[in-house]
Design a protein around this ligand. Sequence first.
Ligand SMILES: [Zn+2]
Length: 383
Amino acid sequence: MKIVRTIICTLAPTAEQRTELDATLVAFADACNFTAEVARSMHSTNKVTLQHTCYQALRQRFGLSANLAIRAIARVCAALKVPVKMHSVFALTSADYDARIFSFREWDWTFSMTLLHSRAYLATKLGHYQKRQLQGRLPRSATLAKRRDGTFFVHVVLTDTAPEPAEPDGVIGVDLGIKNLATTDDGENFSGDAVEAVRKRYGRMRRTCQKTGTKSAKRKLQTIRLRESRMQANENHRISNRLIAKAKDTGSAIACEDLAGIGDRITARKAQRSRLKGWAFYQLRTFITYKAKREGILVVPVDPRHTSRTCSACGHCEKRNRKSRDAFVCRQCGYALPADWNAAKNIKARGEVMHPVVGPVDAGPRNPVEGTNKPRHLSGSGS
Ligand SMILES: [Zn+2]
C-alpha cells in the first residue's frame, strides 16, 4: 500500500530569487486561468486535447518552461473535473513541480527549481523533522506556495510503500475521550487538562472579540483559533506517537473506537462547545491510523458502545456501574477503577475478539438510523 506524505519546507530565498518566485507564481496562475478559459469554451477537460491547444500559447505568452506548462494544464484539468471548481479562478499562490523541474540537494539542503527565467538553487530553513524526512530521499513532485505573509514554501511529496501489518502478539486497548484524551488498558493516561486550561484562558478574549466584530477583532479571533488548533494538534501528535511507540515495542495491535462512532458523540445541546473538541478527537483518531499504517501496526476498530458501563472484570453492564465521570464501581462484583481505564480494558477485550474477523480498515459509517436511535452523550457524562 502506498503512503503519500507532504513535508512542508520553508524557503529562504534571496531578494532576487523572491522576485523570480513571484513572477513564476503570477505566470503559472495566468497560464492556468488562460487554459481554464479555453477548456470551458471547448467544453473539454481532456489533458491531451488541452495540451494540443494551449501548450504553445503557454510557452510563448506566459514564458513558462515546458514542464511548468504541462503542470499548469494538468492542474486545470484536475480542477475543472470537480463540478464546484468549474468556474474557479486560479490564485497567485502556488505552482506545481515534477521531477524534471524540481530536485532536492541534500548536502546543503537546497531545492533546485525551474523558475520563470532561470533554474535556481533555493536555500531552506528546515527543522529536525523535515531534515529527518528528506534524508536520502529523491522526491519526485512538489508544490511551490506563497503564504499571505509573503513566506515561500515548498510542499514536498514523499511516497512510501507501507510495510505489511505484522501479525500482532497482543492488543493495546485505547479509550479515546474528551476529558482524558486517551487512556490505555494498562492505565496510562493522557489528560486533556493542559489544552483545556489554555482554551479557557483564551475563552474570554475570544468572546470579547466576537462581540466587538470589527475587522481587527476578527483577525485576532483567527489568531487565537489558529493557536488553539496548533496546540491541540501538537498534543495529538505527542499522544499518537507515544501509543505507536508502545505498540511497536510490544509488537501489539491497537484497538480503538471506529471512526464511524465519532459523529454520534456530540449531543446537539453541546454542539457549539464541543465542535472543536469533537474535531480534536477525530484528529487524534486519524493520527493513530496513519502513523500505525506507516509503521506496519494493525489498528483494530471496535464498536465502543457500552464500553464505559460494562465491568471489565465480570462483564456486568449497567449504567449505574459508572458512579461519576471518573469512577467505575461494578455493582455486581465490586470491581473499582478509573472509568476510562475500565473502558480501555473493554476495548482491548473487544479488539482481541474482533481482530481475526476485522481487518485493518475502518468499517464505513454505521447505519444512520441505528445511530440516531441510540445517541450517546459522551461529552458530558461519558458513554
Ligand atoms: Zn464486575
